[in-house]
Design a binder for this molecule. Structure first.
Ligand SMILES: [Zn+2]
Length: 301
């Protein structure tokens, strides 16, 4: 039985007309929305953030950086590091998505669980972007919730296959947000920034061992930290067929992972907000199906 009231967060500006040959699949957000709809998970449960701009992001990012980015005034080297061509539509989605992650977290605090059909831009740093990430929705959301006294502490549990270097660096001096990244060690970013807990996996790890590590790690963090919220980056680039992955996690393995993360949070009474994180595939529809896994698992709770 699916929970018809599972809150979902989405904005129509997340996807826009974009080079279909680019490694970053810009259509995946709209495709994911359609996929979730086809699964019968959309009723009156979809919330949208307001279209964003750099102002709210000044709370965690360098003011100069976010406004230079917004106005297309970053130099070519900084844009190359981001890896996406500047456009007004790209800016609209980039500055709206963090507000979507914040909304998702607020809905999770109210309802116990909520899913963002975007988010997880964990390679964005204080004053530069990297790896398709320009602003860090996870650092922004956790900081905003703390500053507004909506929570006293948070756990960012990042299972994208790439290390959450930007999140780690941006929250390094924040004792109220615990960052945990479980990723492939020999993968981007090659210069890692220390999270509160980093688990670097061997290339080619498969389901059983991976799921044991995830379960054991999350269980102990929930017990030790008793967080007011978990922000869960459910990156699907751990999949064995992912273009940028290097792990050997099956499709079923991802479903089991997401089910176990969400069930553990529920068991410990901790609200959980999910973001989709990374996923790379020449088959764009298959990628959308992969990102829908976490929503399907959330709807089953
Ligand atoms: Zn990734």
């Amino acid at each position: 039985m699916n929970n018809p009231n599972l809150p979902l967060v989405y904005h129509a500006n997340y996807s826009f007309n974009f080079d279909p040959k680019h490694r970053f699949v810009m259509s995946k957000f709209a495709r994911l929305y359609q996929e979730v709809d086809a699964l019968g998970l959309i009723h009156n449960n979809v919330y949208s953030p307001e279209p964003g701009n750099p102002s709210p992001l000044e709370s965690v990012h360098c003011e100069q950086y976010v406004w230079d980015l917004w106005r297309n005034q970053l130099d070519a080297k900084m844009m190359r590091h981001i890896g996406l061509p500047w456009s007004e539509q790209l800016m609209a989605r980039t500055f709206t998505a963090p507000l979507g992650t914040l909304k998702t977290a607020e809905l999770a605090l109210k309802h116990g669980i909520a899913c963002h059909l975007a988010g997880g831009t964990h390679h964005a740093h204080y004053d530069f972007g990297s790896g398709f990430c320009m602003v860090n929705d996870l650092a922004f959301t956790a900081t905003h919730l703390l500053e507004n006294n909506q929570i006293t502490n948070a756990l960012i549990f990042d299972l994208d296959v790439h290390q959450g270097d930007g999140t780690a660096a941006m929250l390094k001096h924040n004792p109220y947000v615990y960052t945990c990244s479980i990723h492939c060690e020999k993968n981007f970013p090659f210069r890692k920034h220390a999270s509160d807990l980093d688990i670097g996996l061997e290339v080619g790890i498969s389901d059983t061992h991976y799921l044991e590590i995830v379960a054991h790690t999350l269980e102990s963090l929930l017990v030790d930290l008793n967080p007011d919220i978990v922000l869960y980056d459910a990156g699907v680039d751990v999949w064995q067929g992912d273009n940028l992955g290097k792990l050997d996690i099956s499709w079923l393995g991802i479903a089991k992972r997401d089910a176990l993360v969400l069930t553990l949070c529920q068991k410990h009474g901790v609200p959980v907000a999910t973001v989709i994180g990374g996923g790379y595939d020449k088959d764009h529809q298959r990628l959308a199906k992969r990102h829908a896994i976490v929503v399907q698992q959330a709807a089953k709770l």
